[in-house]
Design a protein around this ligand. Structure first.
Ligand code: FE2
Length: 413
């Protein structure tokens, strides 16, 4: 396959891209098509590495309103409603809903997904279901599963045993939720436990960390210290860290030194953070998002996730990674022209780095031919105009093809 005249990652100059045997084999200013070679004319189109959703909950997806809608809009009501819905989970139920959501995501150019899976369930039903899904879709989508203790590790009966069992069953990543543990001591102990578990089992780490508008919620400093001292470094991700939006600047300044030294990744979820954040405020209301602009400026890896697609925490969600990008750059004041042009990185290369898949991700000769082609010439225009994913290509195979929208104007000026 030969893709002609495409702008790769906002490059003003166009390139031709040849794909053979599932790999990028040549990326040059001009390549002649061979006899019978499939040619895609990508003049004025943008090629990006595929979208990555590094933070989503596929076990809870598509359950919004069941058994009730989250009327208060708080994280804690979301957890309460989910714990009721969880009672009627079956493997078939989880698989059907997860696959429905993944299909929507793939249609929007996503090829890599990290899903948290609630393992505070003595039967581990959702994890069993999502392991089956992971295997069934593996040729088309890379799905990582996080053993996520939604109701706590030390604050839930047999929490430690369930986490260990989930790791042994095949979870790729070890999760945590220190801000939901009963006490600060439990929060610290939960982080010590989960980091040890990840080290022993050879897993990555992704913790729901300080997802609360409480400036006293400081689990991040413990997680970063453990990542630094264990040498786990960039295998560790702190998701949410919304409390950082409420830290005083003196503490944040001191914290950033540690964050940089630790090499951990950050994942913000701009849509859901702004929905759940500030819910206990009157006015002024906090924005709910972590310090994306400052982390990014300091060279710390930050990615964006969708977090929720129609579940007790967020009634919206459409699988389109342009939405968290749009919200993130607004809330984070990342609205300079260069900020907007580069904002695709939050849901592509930065997210791939957080997922630790960069050895086989990116538009480079010799890597698997995974990419998307958007219906515009650069990301500023593509984001602003919500351009279509004309092609999503995975291992050299076209996963998705979209016909551009046609508008027939009948006005006269
Ligand atoms: Fe989450």
């Amino acid at each position: 396959m030969l893709i002609k005249n495409v702008h790769i990652q906002n490059d003003d100059q166009t390139k031709d891209v040849r794909i053979e045997n599932g790999q990028f084999v040549n990326i040059s200013p001009s390549i002649e098509a061979t006899n019978g070679e499939k040619v895609i004319d990508a003049t004025d189109k943008l090629m990006l590495p595929p979208f990555v959703d590094p933070h989503v909950h596929l076990d809870a997806t598509q359950t919004a309103g069941d058994p009730e809608w989250n009327q208060s809009g708080t994280l804690f009501d979301g957890i309460r409603i989910w714990s009721e819905r969880k009672q009627k989970l079956t493997v078939e139920d989880v698989k059907a809903r997860a696959k429905k959501a993944i299909k929507i995501q793939v249609a929007n150019g996503i090829q890599f997904i990290r899903s948290h899976v609630d393992v505070t369930d003595p039967n581990l039903t959702a994890l069993k279901a999502l392991i089956e899904v992971r295997d069934e879709i593996k040729d088309q989508v890379e799905l990582q599963l996080v053993a996520f203790p939604q109701e706590g590790i030390l604050s839930f009966p047999h929490g430690k045993e369930l986490m260990t069992e989930a790791a042994d069953m095949g979870a790729d990543v070890i999760g945590g939720i220190p801000h939901f543990e009963f006490t600060h001591e439990y929060a610290v102990a939960s982080l010590q436990f989960l980091m040890k578990l990840a080290e022993q089992k050879g897993k990555l780490v992704d913790v729901h960390c300080d997802e609360i508008d409480d400036p006293q919620s400081r689990s991040l400093e413990t997680l970063a210290t453990l990542a630094l001292e264990s040498g786990m470094g960039d295998k560790v991700t702190a998701s949410h860290t919304t409390a950082m939006g409420s830290y005083n600047d003196a503490y944040a300044y001191k914290l950033f030194r540690l964050l940089k030294m630790s090499h951990i990744n950050f994942i913000a979820n701009p849509l859901v953070n702004t929905n759940l954040g500030g819910r206990f405020d009157t006015y002024p209301k906090r924005r709910g998002m972590t310090r994306v602009k400052e982390l990014n400026a300091d060279g710390i890896n930050v990615a964006f996730g969708e977090d929720d697609l129609k579940d007790p925490w967020y009634p919206m969600g459409n699988g389109n990674m342009l939405d968290p990008v749009e919200m993130g750059i607004h809330v984070g004041h990342l609205m300079g022209y260069d900020d907007i042009m580069n904002s695709y990185k939050f849901v592509t290369v930065n997210a791939a780095k957080a997922m630790h898949v960069t050895d086989h991700y990116g538009i480079e000769v010799g890597k698997p031919a995974d990419c998307i082609i958007m219906n515009n010439d650069n990301f500023y225009n593509a984001l602003n105009e919500r351009s279509e994913i004309l092609y999503s290509i995975h291992n050299g195979n076209v996963l998705v093809e979209t016909e551009p929208k046609k508008v027939h104007n009948h006005f006269k000026f």
